[in-house]
Structure formats: structure tokens, C-alpha cells
Write a protein of this length. Sequence first.
Length: 202
Amino acid sequence: MSFFLFQLSTFRLAEVLEANVIEISENLINFSLKNYFFQYFVNLMETLQRKIIHIDMDAFYASVEQLDHPDLKGKPIAVGGNEIRGVVSAASYEARKFGVRSAMSGAQAARLCVDLIFVKPNFERYKEVSKQIRKIFHEYTDLVEPLSLDEAYLDVTENKKGNPSATLIAQEIRQKIFEVTGLTASAGISVNKFVAKIASDF
């Protein structure tokens, strides 16, 4: 009898231990899930509070050439290539009206716009102007991610001006770029880089 009671006690103890283990496991799982979702929503809120600006200079190479050579203003120009060979690196807005685009062959560009003026690129000059523009960026934030000479991402969530409005910061930057270089820029604002880049195209 005592052996039988001992077995029952052992089985009961095993059941209790199993139940406790299951309960502890469930609690651990629940805690892990709660912690995961809590961290997820914290990260989500931080992302939604981010302020990213994408700055894209308007027809940068062509605009610099028109700025340096006033006789080219208002005319369709292509930087790089020629009517026989080569590839267009950039096109002025006047040339774009005829369908001329960057990465297009010079021969095709010449066929699309018979009055197209081909200009030899001056990359040293473009780099010089680009440095002026980046200096302006760093007046607002050190979180600058250049994509090329003529565009960059700026994270202004925490900025040097203490300005909570990314819209006002973008307006100030565009205005300052124009005052310093005489060039215009487009700006897109969002909580992430992808949407900010899309927004700068509108």
C-alpha cells in the first residue's frame, strides 16, 4: 500500500512540476512576445518621428554651365557627348522639353533637338559647387548622406538649429543654396529616405 501511495505521490508531483513548467514556459513566451511587440512599436514610433530631407539639385551640371556662361541661359544644352558620339551627362530644362535626357547618346539627342548645344563637362567646377552646397547642409545637421555631387539625404530629426519643422528647414536650405550658388534645388520630406526621394521629384 505504501508503495502504491508513493507512486501516486510521485505521479502527482510530476503532474504539478509539468504544469508549473508549462506555465513558466507560457509566461516566458508571453513575456518575450510582449517585449518583442513593445520594442517593435518603440522602433516604429521612432521611425515615424524621423525627419528626412532629400535635396536634389535641378539639372545640376547644365545649370552650373548656364550660370558660368550667361550666353547659354535659356538655351537647350547638353553636358557631355556630341552630335556624333558620346553620352549626355546632363541636359538643361530647355533641352528636356525635346526629350533629351541624361545617359542618352549624343547622336540621338541631336536628332531630338536640332538646336542643341553640346558643352564639355567641367567636373572640377561641379565638385567645387557641390562642396559649397554640402557646407550648407552641415550648418543644419552632420547626418548627411551624399548620393552624388548633386543630391543628398539629410536627417534633421535632431538638428543644429533646434527647428522642429523639417519643411521650414528644407525651405531655408533651398533659399541658402540659391543665395550662395545661384542654383535652385528640389526637396522632398518624409519619415524615410525612399519616400523623401520620391517627394523631391514632385
